[in-house]
Design a protein around this ligand. Structure first.
Ligand SMILES: CC(C)(COP(=O)(O)OP(=O)(O)OC[C@H]1O[C@@H](n2cnc3c(N)ncnc32)[C@H](O)[C@@H]1OP(=O)(O)O)[C@@H](O)C(=O)NCCC(=O)NCCS
Length: 394
């Protein structure tokens, strides 16, 4: 943490103390430091993100998603043997219990895939071989199971709702490679697999974002990991959080051309509409994750010959910076990146979940390690001193 941030944090802690003494709420808990963590850190003034000490740019350029998962869970990068062991366990756990496969078949084909994911993940608790064991070892095994199964759940649902047979993941493929393989039934090429891998790295963790906080609040009651993750999925679904990437592609499809960006945005902003994929609670500069996603979106656009989504996105970025001084966040260029990969638009937020499950489980493990119930106060603004009136007299 640099000097400026330390001062900022101390100031926030000071404010926080005063607030709690006076019982004054801080809208959206902005700036409130609610937990200690060594998993990731966001420096909003400098636009920096680290996972357990490693700069996100370094990881996006050199690491694999599996290495990042290990890093988030263990606080260090794996050696070869540790990585191989983790990959082996993930591959072993990628399949779904037959009852869960069946359940996916019963879910309405037009269900929102995040609702589907929430329900199916909840059902996994019934088939967990560790039962009610709350040891760290059992919870690490659950983290592996959940991280391995998320992509399989999403792609199984996609295939089932299309009337296609689910594809079994291949042991030798990465999580990213398997996601694309089990989605399409064809092996992805190297560019597609690496793009997906980098996207998963970039979405893996982000300090106390809303869904991670939800997971930690549930874990802090000493409820189980499945309940914590279900809380997180519910929070991620919202358009102000992970749901934004689907909103971005909807907007791009509606705008339709670079020429239409300026008038479309002018109208939307005049109507006080929130433009999905812009703004952030913490970053005051460019979101460092957007830098990589922008580049990948551009490269894929060149490759597919469909540059318009990238070009429109660039124009939106220019106008939003000029008109609102707002930068794109992680959701903005992930939308055109996934679109260029041919992924159905309502799977964009579930893909976010397929990555963030690594961070959520890391935070749940960390919460259990040093737990205290999370129970803040409310600033009461309702009436006081009223006297009960019998119903016939009201
Ligand atoms: C991310 C987000 C929820 C952060 O919210 P926040 O810190 O509570 O900030 P606020 O919503 O209070 O916004 C502050 C101001 O900026 C404006 N603003 C913020 N994001 C905006 C956006 N995407 N489009 C238009 N205006 C925006 C707000 O209208 C508000 O203006 P005002 O002060 O004139 O009322 C918010 O920027 C947003 O809704 N973005 C769009 C959804 C999104 O992309 N979410 C993914 C986040 S990774």
């Amino acid at each position: 943490m640099n000097a400026e941030e330390t001062t900022e944090n101390n100031a926030l802690k000071g404010k926080n103390k005063m607030s709690s003494e006076a019982n004054v709420a801080k809208a959206g808990l902005e700036g409130i430091v609610a937990a200690q963590s060594s998993i990731s850190d966001v420096n909003g003034l400098e636009g920096k993100l680290i996972y357990a000490g490693y700069d996100i740019h370094d990881l996006a350029e050199h690491a694999t998603f599996e290495e990042v998962i290990y890093l988030l869970w263990n606080g260090k990068l794996p050696d070869r043997a540790e990585l191989d062991r983790l990959k082996g366990s993930l591959a072993k756990e990628a399949g779904l219990p037959p009852e869960v496969q069946q359940l996916i078949g019963f879910i309405p084909k037009d269900a929102n895939p995040m609702d589907m994911l929430r329900t199916v993940v909840s059902s996994l608790a019934f088939y967990d071989p560790d039962g009610a064991d709350m040891s760290r070892e059992a919870n690490v095994r659950r983290a592996i199971r959940l991280t391995a199964k998320f992509p399989t759940i999403v792609t199984t649902f996609q295939r089932v709702r299309n009337g296609e047979t689910p594809v079994q993941p291949k042991e030798e493929l990465s999580i990213a490679g398997n996601f694309l393989y089990t989605l399409r039934g064809q092996l992805p090429d190297e560019v597609a697999a690496r793009t997906m891998d980098v996207a998963l790295i970039l979405h893996a963790d982000h300090e106390l974002n809303a869904s991670t906080f939800a997971a930690r609040v549930t874990a802090a009651t000493l409820s189980d990991m499945y309940s914590s993750i279900v809380s997180a999925i519910g929070a991620l679904k919202g358009p102000l959080h992970g749901g934004a990437n689907e909103g971005v592609i909807k907007n791009l499809l509606e705008i339709g051309s670079v020429e239409n960006v300026e008038p479309w945005l002018a109208k939307a902003l005049a109507g006080k509409k929130k433009i999905m994929g812009f703004g952030h609670r913490v970053y005051r500069t460019e979101d460092p994750r957007a830098t990589h996603l922008r580049e990948m979106s551009g490269q894929l656009g060149e490759r597919t010959g469909e540059r318009q989504w990238y070009d429109m996105s660039r124009k939106m970025e220019e106008v939003m910076l000029r008109e609102k001084k707002l930068n794109p966040n992680v959701d903005f260029y992930s939308a055109s990146t996934y679109y260029a990969l041919g992924i159905p638009t309502d799977l964009f937020t579930p893909i976010f979940a397929c990555s963030r499950i690594s961070g959520w489980t890391a935070h749940v493990l960390e919460q259990y390690e040093n737990n205290r119930l999370i129970r803040p106060r409310a600033e009461y603004v309702g009436p006081r001193g009223l006297k009960y009136v019998p119903i016939e007299d009201r």
